[in-house]
Design a protein around this ligand. Structure first.
Ligand code: GDP
Length: 317
């Protein structure tokens, strides 16, 4: 990738796409092609054909996707399958048709089997049943990974894919119904703290969290993911979809305690066991990407503190 190369970031307004945009800017890449979903509907095949014909990008970061937390995945099952398949079919295929030099596709760690041995190695893909709540999303993403692999095999493309763990960072989704756990907890504890501060008895309703709190999750700051994608775009050619994570996980209960403390909320937590726990654990084995010269930089506590400050404190200052 040259500094002047024409680079299309699909999904540049989302959390991952905007982090890749910041990273490319920082590294001096300025010939970036961007389209909002209003300007270009990636689900529409003809629109994507026209776009590639007009712009002819040399490199593509495919970060556009329908994403969400456990409840969104389970509720909008048909949309998660259809929209993700359409977006990736259109972008990956047109990248091939229009001779894109290299493409990077964002998959996700939830596409591994529900009960995969831990930590999860890349080789465990398709070795067991998927978690029911996010099966449609996972099936779509597995298809995307396999498209990259098989376009490389049949057409000698250079399409790579990555499996990031649970992400957090700027431009995250804070809507309670559809958010992932980390942003949902930041907002829940923050709002409870504000409520505490506004009552004479300095009390609030308990904060309700989902499930049992026992599942384990690994969290990666999206700026670290962007640096991994940038690194791989320049150095990696291959069919293995690479794990990207920190190699460390914590329980949802521990995460809740950590966020409660950082936010400064003093009240109670209640666990709503009618809500699903999802996969018990999904810790990634990150030895392959470490071997390729990348390691995360932002530790969880520092990352959460920064996100909390920028999203909730500065905004209220
Ligand atoms: P997952 O990693 O695909 O399961 O997606 P999430 O990030 O949505 O959920 C991770 C875990 O956090 C699950 O066990 C949820 O039940 C749990 N959790 C606890 N409280 C919440 C909450 O308020 N929102 C979300 N999204 N998850 C929560």
């Amino acid at each position: 990738m040259e500094k002047t190369s024409k680079i299309y970031i699909a999904g540049h307004t989302g959390m991952v796409g905007s982090a890749i945009f910041r990273k490319l800017n920082l590294e001096g890449y300025s010939n970036l092609i961007l389209r909002t979903s209003k300007e270009l509907d990636l689900i529409n095949q003809q629109s994507v054909i026209d776009f590639f014909e007009e712009e002819k990008p040399e490199y593509v970061f495919l970060a556009a996707a329908k994403v969400g937390g456990i409840e969104a995945n389970n509720t909008y099952r048909a949309q998660f399958l259809y929209e993700n398949m359409m977006i990736q079919n259109n972008v990956i295929h047109q990248s091939y048709v229009h001779g894109v030099k290299k493409l990077l596709f964002l998959a996700s760690s939830c596409i591994y089997p529900k009960l995969a041995p831990q930590p999860i190695k890349e080789a465990y893909l398709l070795t067991g049943e998927l978690e029911f709540t996010n099966e449609p999303y996972s099936i779509a993403k597995i298809a995307g990974v396999k498209m990259c692999e098989n376009y490389n095999r049949q057409y000698a493309c250079d399409f790579i894919s990555v499996m990031p763990t649970n992400l957090y960072g700027p431009n995250d989704n804070y809507d309670f119904e559809t958010a992932h756990v980390l942003p949902a907890l930041l907002r829940k504890f923050h709002e409870a703290k504000v409520e505490e501060a506004n009552t004479v008895e300095a009390r609030s309703e308990p904060v309700e969290l989902w499930g049992t709190g026992t599942p384990m999750r690994e969290f990666l700051h999206v700026d670290d993911l962007a640096s991994a994608c940038f690194h791989l775009m320049q150095t990696y050619h291959g069919n293995t979809s690479l794990n990207i994570g920190t190699g460390k996980d914590i329980s949802i209960k521990e995460l809740a305690e950590l966020i409660k403390e950082l936010v400064g909320y003093n009240g109670e937590i209640v666990w709503n066991k009618d809500k699903s726990d999802g996969t018990p654990r999904k810790l990634l084995d990150v030895s392959l990407i470490h071997g390729l010269g990348w390691k995360h930089r932002i530790e969880l506590e520092d990352g959460i503190r920064e996100v909390y400050k920028n999203k909730f404190i500065n905004q209220y200052a």
